[in-house]
Ligand binder design. Structure first.
Ligand code: UDP
Length: 241
């Protein structure tokens, strides 16, 4: 199947290096300490953060750092008639662990010993790249909760189809079976904190695809900074500062 037309357009009309439209909203779950919705095209996720709070299971309490827990799930209605797995499947367990490890890279856990931070991420609408969208939503929700972080974490994926590196794959492109790289970065510290890849890629192409995904992460970081700034301005306005 042709995923890039002779004119250089993808099935959804994007250019190879073009990301889907992103949109974010802070404070979607009023009961949570911090929350956010993040959309990448038709992929839409919500993140809710609780904590720092008392550790529920005392045997997991750590005297020198906070315990970070993360739960990823897909809403029953998120996938339409595509294959859907129940909560607690292996994929969700793996993605929960990946997101937790990625977020741990930015949370200053040593400042909150003997406490617990819970990050819940749920996919409302799935169209490829849900783990990246969840990481971006979690970053915003953690910021909204006022959790101390050394940097933002942002994520984006890129793939390689029809001999062309493609940024931010949607479901159709993702399920084409080509290589798919998900990258997470700490933009200010200029560090990669997540790199996951499906199937094999020659090393020189991997570099190109990774570079493209990193550019996507930077674009997400710029957007997230704008949203946080806007949110801060609104809070100041409401407080009359
Ligand atoms: N997907 C689905 N049902 C599932 C798992 C995945 O419909 O049980 C779709 C969904 O659109 C998802 C895509 O397949 O975004 C790719 O899933 P993958 O496991 O590669 O993770 P993601 O790209 O979402 O991080």
């Amino acid at each position: 199947m042709e995923y890039v037309s002779p004119e250089g357009l993808r099935l959804d009309g994007r250019r190879p290096m073009e990301m889907r439209q992103i949109r974010a909203e802070i404070g979607a779950v009023s009961r949570a300490d911090g929350s956010a919705i993040f959309e990448m095209g038709n992929t839409k996720v919500v993140a809710a953060v609780y904590g720092p709070r008392e550790v529920q299971n005392r045997s997991q309490q750590m005297s020198d750092q906070a315990l970070i827990r993360c739960e990823y799930s897909m809403a029953n209605f998120s996938t339409g008639d595509r294959k859907r797995k129940p909560k607690g499947d292996r994929r969700s367990t793996e993605i929960s662990m990946v997101i937790r490890q990625t977020m741990e890279a930015c949370i200053m856990t040593h400042l909150m010993p003997r406490s617990q931070i819970d990050i819940y991420v749920q996919v409302l609408q799935a169209d490829g790249g849900t783990r990246s969208a969840c990481i971006n939503a979690a970053t915003l929700a953690l910021s909204d909760a006022g959790i101390p972080m050394c940097d933002l974490v942002t994520s984006c994926s890129a793939g390689y189809l029809n001999s062309t590196p493609l940024l931010d794959l949607n479901y159709v492109e993702d399920s084409a079976g080509g290589p798919d790289v998900t990258v997470g970065i700490l933009p200010k510290l200029d560090k990669v904190t997540l790199l996951q890849m499906d199937s094999k890629l020659p090393i020189d192409i991997l570099e190109n695809v990774m570079q493209l995904a990193t550019e996507g992460c930077k674009a997400v970081a710029n957007y997230i900074r704008e949203i946080l700034l806007e949110n801060t301005k609104q809070l100041e306005y409401r407080r009359g500062v």
